[in-house]
Design a protein. Sequence first.
Length: 350
Amino acid sequence: MSTEIAQQQQGVAKAQSSPSERFTTEVLKQYISTAGDVQVSNFQKKLIQNYFVKLDATLKENEIKRMAKKEEYRDALAFTWENVNMQKLSVDVIAFSMIGLDPVQSNHINLVCYKNSHTSKFDIGFLPGYRGMEIKAKKYGLEIPDDVIVELVYSNDTFKPIKKDLKNRVESYNFDITEAFDRGDLIGGFYYHSFFATPEKNKLRMLTLKDIEKRKPKSASAEFWGGTKPIYENGKKTNKTEAVEGWFDEMAWKTIYRAAYSDITIDSEKIDEHFLKMIEVESDKTPLLESPAEKAMMQIQEKGNKELTDFEDVTGKPEPAKIEAKKEEKIPSAKINNDPKAGIPNNPGF
């Protein structure tokens, strides 16, 4: 009788907890079974819940896009929680939440689903945004600057670097914007690490326009970097193209920002298991990745978590693996495998 009461109480507690709280419990359970015990603060538990919120929305968006395709072009694997590799996800979520990266904050980290052809489940890619790189550098850096300045330089600006030499102990620069609303053409940019107490450590690095363009990803989106993109007619790609202005200056600034924080040396004594896991996830290019998914991850790296003030955030909207650009057919939202009463997709784990 006591066993039945305990089971009833457990069922009531589970019903009263929110989906994100049940997700947190499941993540900790999976992590402990895989990697051992872990201590998490209330703040880190909140971050874990935020990973659920973001990933749940990402799964729903991708499932809607999958179901909107005609059946003959639709991938068989549905974007539902049952098809997520929870064991791998749990270890990764713990690592990134311990570092302090919050997926619901702009520019921290992007989540992308890709199909693992070995397990026939979705693994989740974690791609730090440029603010995420800043957080990582400040947490694990050896000598962290008191201030990091990132600027673009245009042809009408006046920029003069003051390099460190035998006569000058402090590296610096002079930078004047002479025509605030007509700065001319973009010609490059720079970042400056400033140390208030020890200015002789100040560091200036300049990037020419060529340097910036060399860092442009191979699969860069025209909507963001500018250029041309193919024209689709009746859902099919044609040989026609159209010019897209894009947001090249914003992407150039973002590129320099990432370089500024990548240039901060990591302190070996600060490296922990979570940092090592993050490095492993970032460098994971296993042959299990299907090429469409890998391409999606690259696209998210370029487009996701971008801080823009007046147009749509594209975080978490990669094309699912094996889905071709075809004419879409509208389907009732009821076909999506979600449980509206529970507020969470059906998942026996939590």
